[in-house]
Design a protein around this ligand. Sequence first.
Ligand code: SAM
Length: 287
Amino acid sequence: MTTQGVLNSTTGTLYVVATPIGNLDDISARALKVLRDVALIAAEDTRHSMRLMQHFGIPTPLAACHEHNERDEGSRFLARLQAGDDVALISDAGTPLISDPGYHLVRQVRAAGIKVVPVPGPCALIAALSAAGLPSDRFIFEGFLPAKAVGRRARLEAVKEEPRTLIFYEAPHRILECLEDMELVFGGERVALLARELTKTFETLNGLPLAELRAWVASDSNQQRGECVVLVAGWQAPEGDDAVSADTLRVLDLLLKEMPLKRAAAVAAEITGVRKNLLYQVALERQ
Ligand code: SAM
């Protein structure tokens, strides 16, 4: 990756600009200034973004940069940047590249030694996390789950024991089946939060155990409309000896007689496949 030190100062800059996810007042003063000042705006959907530009009285020309032309058309934006023009990249809503086009363009532009500057702002997953009341120090963003049940369940299985808060985007017509599969895989007790229509008139945030959240969404078709983010509390290891099988405890006990506790937990983890940290805790309790 190119570093700032070798950037060519005669070329333009690519600004990656976040735009509102609903409430137009969320656009930043800096975003408006950049969108006004650049020579060209690369937009996911020019007709959609034209309305935003008209709202703010921004006359800057727009050119399409969507997932189907991003790789091929990248050279066109690159040529403008190389000629010294500044370009802004926007998507239909929120932060470009976050479940939106832009990755290939940014990569291409950086590889060419051209400066890329983020202009941060709205992002649905961050907005949802900031108000969810779920642990926010560490989290993972899974984007959209596969549309078909088999793929979706496989993906959920893969993150079933993920201790960090999980964040998913979901389409409204799939929200109910998504919550059903989450309940199936994570269990009905696991706390989750549905953040719907963020920053808009019908904004709703509701956090409940998955079984209750799924039942609430099933019983109210309004909850199956609009844009949504689903957050799920990370997996918590069951506490104490109950969390590991009798066989694992036997292995751990034998090893504890032969070696120091930390080593015994590590070797037992290798033999049994149970997490080392969990076995370490169990070993502490058993000594
Ligand atoms: N780039 C966007 C961002 O920064 O959040 C995400 C674009 S992605 C194509 C669209 C998805 O983001 C929606 O299906 C929904 O899951 C989520 N999303 C976008 N706006 C939202 C809103 N106002 N409320 C809840 N979720 C939203």
